[in-house]
Design a protein around this ligand. Structure first.
Ligand SMILES: *Cc1c(COP(=O)(O)O)cnc(C)c1O
Length: 459
C-alpha cells in the first residue's frame, strides 16, 4: 500500500476510474466505500468497518471470501505457472477442470445420456454467450443449413454487455442506446407474471407466452438457429422468476422445430437456484450452456461454454473445409482461474453445499411471504437463494416508483449504514448472498432489510 488514507485514495478513484453501470456525476459527489479485505460472508472497508456481502460481490461469490482451500489452490498453481495458452498447447488445470465440469453437468442434467462433453473456455459471462451464439450459428453452416442465421431471445433478457450479447438482450434501459449496432433477433415475451406483457393472469393464462414463442418459431423455423434464455430466472431483468414449466416448454419447442437451445446459466449456475444448475429443476438438457460468475467461487474471471457432442462433431473436417471454430481469447483457460474453479467445485462436494441450502431457502421463502403484505412491496419472488423484492408506489395499480426517485438505492443506502451491502435493479431489491451464508447471518440480514424497507417506504 502506498496510501492508507481514505481521502487520498477516493480522490484518485474519482480522478481516474470510470465505474461500470454508474452515472459518474452522482458517484463523484458520493462517499463510496473502499473495500480492502474479506472473510466469510463479510467484506471490510478501509476504515475498518465490516459489511455483510448480501449480493455475493455482484453474484459471483459462492463459498465466502478468503476460503483456505481456494487460496491454497491458487498459491500452489502460482508456484508452477500463472498463465500459458490453449492455442496450440494444453494446460494441466484446464484439462482437469473440463472433465470435472462435464461430470457435474452430465450427472445432474443428463445422467442417462451424458452428452455435454465439449468445453470451450473464455473469461467472462458475456464472452461465454458470444461463444454460444457463434457456435450455434456456425453449427448450421457447417451442416449445410445456411438459412438458419437468426435467434429468438426474450424481452427483459440480459446476457452481457458485448455487442452480440446485447443483441440478444431485452432491457431497454441498458440496450436501446446501441440499437443501430445490433443484429436483429426475434423477441419473445418475458415470463414476467407480475407484469404480464400480454395482460394475462398467471392462474388462468396457460402460459400463453409460450404460445407466442411457438408462433414466432413456427413462422420462421427454417431460419432460426437457436433460442437463448436465462433458465428459471431473468436475473438482471429484475430477478424475474418464470412459472414452472416454462423452461421445459421452451426445450420442447426447440426439439419440435429443430433448433438449438442455448441456456445462459451465468447467474443461475453453481447452486444459486437451489440445484447445481437451473435446468435441473425441469429436467432440461440444453444444447449449449454458458457458465461463469460462480465457477471460481468468485475469485477469478473464468467462463465456459459447453456444447453437446453433436455440435462439436459438426466442426470436424479437413482444413480446406473451413469448419474450424475461429474464436479465442488471450487468457483462455487461465491456469490460476482453473485451479480456483477446481477447488471451488471440490468444496461443493465436501460441504454438501447444495443439500445445506434447503433450510436457508426455507428461511428466505417464509420471510418473502411475510413481507409481501407490506404496502409498498408489489411482488416478492425467488428461486433458491436468488430473490427480488419489487417496490411499488401503489400496490393496487402496481405503479412503479419513478426512476428518478431511485427507490432501490434509497433502500440499499439505508442498509449500508446498518452494515449490509446490496445492489438493487431499479425498484427491485436483490438478495443473493454467498451460498455459504449461515442461517443466523441470513436471518440477521433479512431483519435488517425489513427495517430499511419499512423506514424508506414509510410503512
Ligand atoms: C452477469 C451475466 C452475464 C454477463 O457476465 P459478465 O461476466 O458480466 O460478462 C451474462 N448472462 C447473465 C445471465 C448474467 O447474469
Amino acid at each position: 500500500m502506498f496510501f492508507s488514507d481514505y481521502d487520498q485514495l477516493i480522490a484518485l478513484d474519482k480522478k481516474h476510474i470510470w465505474h461500470p453501470f454508474t452515472q459518474m456525476l452522482d458517484w463523484c459527489s458520493s462517499d463510496p466505500l473502499i473495500i480492502t479485505e474479506g472473510k466469510g460472508c463479510y467484506i471490510k472497508d478501509i476504515n475498518g468497518r465490516w459489511y455483510l456481502d448480501g449480493v455475493s460481490s455482484l453474484w459471483v461469490n459462492i463459498h465466502g471470501h478468503r476460503v483456505k482451500e481456494i487460496n491454497d489452490a491458487i498459491k500452489d498453481q502460482l508456484d508452477k505457472i500463472a498463465h500459458s495458452t490453449l492455442l496450440g498447447l494444453c494446460g494441466e488445470t484446464s484439462i482437469l477442470l473440463s472433465e470435472r465440469i462435464c461430470q457435474f453437468l452430465n450427472s445432474t442434467l443428463c445422467p442417462d445420456n451424458p452428452s455435454l462433453n465439449k468445453v470451450f473456455f473464455s473469461d467472462n459471462g458475456s464472452t461465454a454467450v458470444e461463444v454460444g451464439l457463434k457456435m450455434a450459428f456456425q453449427y448450421w453452416r457447417n451442416i449445410g443449413q445456411t438459412n438458419k442465421n437468426q435467434f429468438i431471445s426474450l424481452n427483459n433478457a440480459y446476457h452481457g454487455d458485448t455487442l452480440g450479447a446485447v443483441s440478444v438482450g431485452g432491457i431497454d434501459l441498458f440496450h436501446s442506446t446501441f440499437g443501430a449496432l445490433l443484429f436483429k433477433t426475434h423477441k419473445s415475451p418475458s415470463p414476467y407474471c407480475y407484469r404480464c406483457e400480454l395482460g394475462l393472469n398467471k392462474d388462468t393464462c396457460n402460459m400463453t407466452c409460450l404460445d407466442k414463442m411457438e408462433e414466432i418459431i413456427a413462422a420462421h423455423s427454417d431460419t432460426i438457429a437457436g433460442i437463448i434464455i436465462e433458465p428459471l430466472v431473468q436475473a438482471a431483468g429484475g430477478m424475474i422468476v418464470a412459472p414452472s414449466g416454462f423452461l421445459s416448454g421452451v426445450r420442447s419447442l426447440c426439439t419440435k422445430y429443430n433448433t438449438l437451445l442455448i441456456v445462459d446459466e451465468v447467474a443461475t449456475g453453481f447452486g444459486r437456484t437451489g440445484k447445481m444448475f437451473a435446468c435441473e429443476h425441469e429436467g432440461v438438457v440444453p444444447d449449449i450452456i454458458c457458465l461463469s460468475k460462480g465457477i471460481t467461487g468468485g475469485y477469478l474471471p473464468l467462463a465456459v461454454t459447453v456444447a453437446r457432442d453433436f455440435i462439436y462433431e459438426a466442426f470436424l473436417g479437413s482444413t480446406n473445409e473451413f469448419k474450424t471454430f475461429f474464436h479465442g481469447h488471450s487468457y483462455t483457460g487461465n491456469p490460476l482461474a482453473c485451479a480456483a474453479a477446481l477447488a471451488c467445485l471440490d468444496i461443493f462436494k465436501r460441504d454438501n453445499t447444495i443439500e445445506e441450502l434447503a433450510p436457508k431457502i426455507e428461511i428466505l421463502d417464509l420471510w418473502l411471504e411475510k413481507i409481501s403484505i407490506f404496502p409498498h412491496v408489489g411482488n416478492s419472488r425467488h428461486a433458491g437463494l436468488m430473490a427480488g423484492i419489487e417496490l411499488v408506489i401503489n400496490k393496487e395499480t402496481k405503479e412503479p416508483y419513478p426512476y428518478e426517485q431511485k427507490m432501490g438505492y434509497q433502500v440499499t443506502d439505508n442498509l449500508r449504514s446498518r452494515g449490509v451491502i446490496l445492489r438493487p435493479l431499479g425498484n427491485v431489491i436483490v438478495i443473493m448472498p454467498p451460498l455459504s451464508i449461515s442461517q443466523d447471518e441470513l436471518t440477521t440480514m433479512l431483519e435488517l432489510i425489513e427495517t430499511s424497507i419499512i423506514e424508506v417506504t414509510g410503512a
